[in-house]
Design a protein around this ligand. Structure first.
Ligand code: NAD
Length: 248
């Protein structure tokens, strides 16, 4: 078991088909205790109950600093330590550049980017005390391609910001034994994408994916597991593509 004895926080992990929940399940299988943090507190509790005794569910809005502090305190009270933080929560909005309103911009940056700042600020002091920790942050192929199918330009900007923020964190906290890495998934079949592709759109997308299929939540969960585990002990500031070869 790759994560035996470790404790983890995963944000945005309550959605039944989501990457976060697939990761919470995989981490449990690898021997970790997992706190599922989600803006939907009821769904977070249900998700944790569905996964068993090693999981707890806590309501947390990552875009709210006080909510992040409170949730992290609850995890430390429950688990005593935090070894792994998966900054996974995110939202998207398919909108054209000229149509983005100030409120749209703020909402997308607040959840996808500022949420990573707030939650990491709450967690890092605990990792620092123990001179150990692994943080993984969710970016997207949208950051690398300057656009995606479902995300607007403000989403691309937020996810590109995640790459810079994570690298700065990796540089600053390396001496504290804390590693920080990013994942950049391509198109993964979750609630963010489901029901939004007709057959023609899907065929066109698959032409650009050498592995010939959309990604699954468990494909990303596997990379999060690698980054959380000691298998990646000498990896920090890295960006791992999980896109079936979309950028080759
Ligand atoms: P999802 O909608 O299934 O999961 C997102 C989760 O985040 C939900 O459980 C939601 O309740 C939660 N959430 C939303 N706002 C929150 C907030 N303010 N605080 C806490 N939790 C909040 O989608 P998913 O596809 O599993 O997405 C997970 C991450 O992966 C997101 O950051 C997304 O941008 C990113 N991503 C997804 C794809 C894809 O194709 N699905 C590709 C690249 C990146």
């Amino acid at each position: 078991m790759l994560l035996r004895g470790k404790t983890a926080i995963i944000t945005g992990a309550a959605s039944p088909r989501g990457i976060g929940l697939a990761t919470a399940r995989r981490f449990g299988e690898e021997g970790a205790r997992v706190a599922i943090l989600d803006i939907d507190g009821t769904a977070a509790l249900a998700a944790a109950q569905g996964l068993g005794d090693a999981h707890i569910g806590i309501a947390c809005n990552v875009a709210d600093q006080a909510s992040c502090q409170k949730a992290v305190e609850a995890v430390v009270d429950g688990f005593g330590q935090i070894d792994i933080l998966i900054n996974n929560a995110g939202i998207t909005q398919p909108v054209k550049f000229l149509d983005i309103t100030p409120a749209d911009w703020d909402r997308i940056q607040d959840v996808n980017l500022k949420g990573i700042l707030f939650l990491s600020q709450a967690v890092i002091p605990h990792m620092r005390k123990r001179k150990s920790g692994s943080i993984a942050c969710m970016s997207s192929v949208s950051a690398q391609r300057g656009g995606g199918i479902f995300g607007g330009p403000h989403y691309s900007a937020a996810k590109a910001g995640v790459l810079g923020l994570a690298k700065a964190m990796a540089r600053e906290f390396g001496a504290d034994g804390i590693r920080v890495n990013c994942v950049t998934p391509g198109l993964i079949g979750t609630d963010i994408t489901s029901g939004k592709l007709n057959d023609e759109m899907k065929a066109k997308i698959l032409e650009g994916i050498p592995l010939g299929r959309l990604g699954e939540a468990k494909d990303v969960a596997g990379i999060y597991t690698f980054l959380a585990s000691d298998l990646s002990a000498y990896v920090t500031g890295a960006v791992i593509d999980v896109n079936g070869g979309m950028l080759i």
